[in-house]
Design a protein around this ligand. Structure first.
Ligand code: ADP
Ligand code: MG
Length: 399
């Protein structure tokens, strides 16, 4: 039997005069109604443009935030429509409903080659319930379905799974590229394969750590999660963020790494301060010397050098999670140093995680990374080897 294959836009045939429902991931960060990072919009735009260039009329849908089945004004898609329109260079007609007769009428009367954006899918509780009737209502708007929302592929939601089962369906280009790149990391990465993990909570990423230990040659750990690794071995880390209820799992991951000969590299030094703050004056301490009243809020310069050394000889690099509280200027150097090392690397580089991508963009280094994974939780679940429901419905047995 040939391996399962992801259906792509080619599989949909001639798109001229067809209406295509596109599930996009336009879940961008907002502050006071303004988009603070439009990466998810620009990342899916080539798919939309390709469909338009092929003669299709588009109905685009997405979720935004967590309205939990209720209409939340702050989570309407109007700012997204405005930005999408700028990126595509053509008007985007934004509707105020997700489904219903108004939507039916608007889509029926849409002119050829136009783009219509539905309201936030998660305003309707039936979206997250994968409700059959809601799925049918969405499917009735179009002839074909394209899913470009890799970031939602781990969800069994109506717009991800239900619709795909009701229309001829295929992956969009962003979805396709995410699956290709992450499959390569899961399958046959160029060696040595080095993973860099950071971020706030070790509990968010234990599944990923456990899965990566089976695949990588070295695992570099920074961010707050490093303190759980250190504290689990009895190191006193002052007031740094730790999750004691996860120490057993952390120790188990370390044993698994040792058994496979995988090097886990932890910080040697950190920047610590009594409190996080934009005007904090941190000092560098060896990890064994963090004062009882202080918190480790970034990796130190010796750690940056050591991590950069491992990074420079990697064939493949996966990075997820900042090395410190980079949002605050006094604690950004560690994340910046690692971002520069990854950008310089001759290996194949993949960076995922909302905050990690925000850091890269802030440092102006996003363009020097081979693949920016927009997936977040979906990317991590994919790397863990789990089957994602939104991808499973787009797979076809080869012939
Ligand atoms: P991503 O979105 O890239 O997956 P996470 O959401 O897991 O990353 O973690 C990002 C957050 O971790 C950032 O807000 C950052 O401030 C925080 N963080 C990193 N290091 C520390 C630390 N030492 N102490 C407290 N918070 C930290
Ligand atoms: Mg995050």
């Amino acid at each position: 039997m040939a391996p399962a294959r992801l259906r792509t836009i080619e599989d949909l045939g001639d798109l001229a005069t067809k209406t295509v429902l596109v599930r996009a991931d336009l879940n961008v960060p907002l502050e006071d109604g303004r988009i603070t990072d439009d990466l998810r919009i620009t990342a899916t735009a080539p798919t939309l443009q390709e469909l338009l260039d092929a003669g299709a009329t588009l109905v685009v849908c997405s979720h935004l935030g967590r309205p939990n089945g209720k209409r939340v004004d702050a989570l309407r898609l109007d700012p997204v429509a405005a930005r999408l329109s700028e990126v595509l260079g053509q008007p985007v007609r934004k509707l105020d409903e997700v489904t219903g007769t108004e939507v039916q009428r608007a889509v029926m009367s849409a002119s050829a080659g136009s783009v219509t954006l539905l309201e936030n899918l998660r305003f309707d509780p039936r979206e997250e319930a994968n409700d059959p009737e809601f799925s049918s209502d969405l499917a009735s708007l179009a002839d074909l379905y394209v899913d470009d929302a890799f970031g939602a592929a781990h969800r069994t939601h109506a717009s991800v799974v239900g619709v795909a089962l009701r229309l001829p369906s295929a992956a969009g280009r962003l979805m396709q590229r995410e699956v290709e790149v992450l499959s390569r990391l899961r399958g046959a990465p160029d060696l040595p394969f080095v993973a860099i993990l950071g971020g706030a909570k070790v509990s968010d990423k234990l599944g990923t750590i456990t899965a990566l230990v089976e695949r990588v040659d070295a695992l570099l750990i920074g961010g707050a999660m490093a303190f759980s690794f250190l504290a689990a071995e009895g190191v006193a880390v002052g007031r740094s963020l730790v999750e004691p209820d996860r120490f057993d799992e952390v120790r188990a991951a370390r044993r698994a790494a040792n058994a496979r000969g995988v090097r886990i590299q932890l910080p040697e030094d950190v920047l610590a301060a009594p409190e996080p703050g934009a005007d904090a004056r941190p000092n560098v301490f060896g990890v064994e010397e963090i004062p009882a009243g202080q918190m480790g809020l970034d990796i130190g310069p010796a750690t940056v050098r050591a991590f950069a050394g491992t990074i420079s000889s990697a064939g493949t690099i996966l990075w997820n999670g900042p090395m410190g509280m980079f949002e605050l200027e006094p604690f950004e150097a560690g994340t910046r140093g690692i971002a520069e090392a990854v950008a310089r690397s001759p290996g194949f580089t993949v960076v995922g995680g909302g905050d990690s991508l925000a850091a890269l963009r802030r440092f102006g280094l996003a363009g020097r990374i081979d693949h920016l994974s927009t997936g977040g939780g979906a990317s991590l679940e994919f790397l863990e080897g789990r089957e994602l429901p939104g991808i499973a419905v787009l797979m076809e047995e080869g012939t």
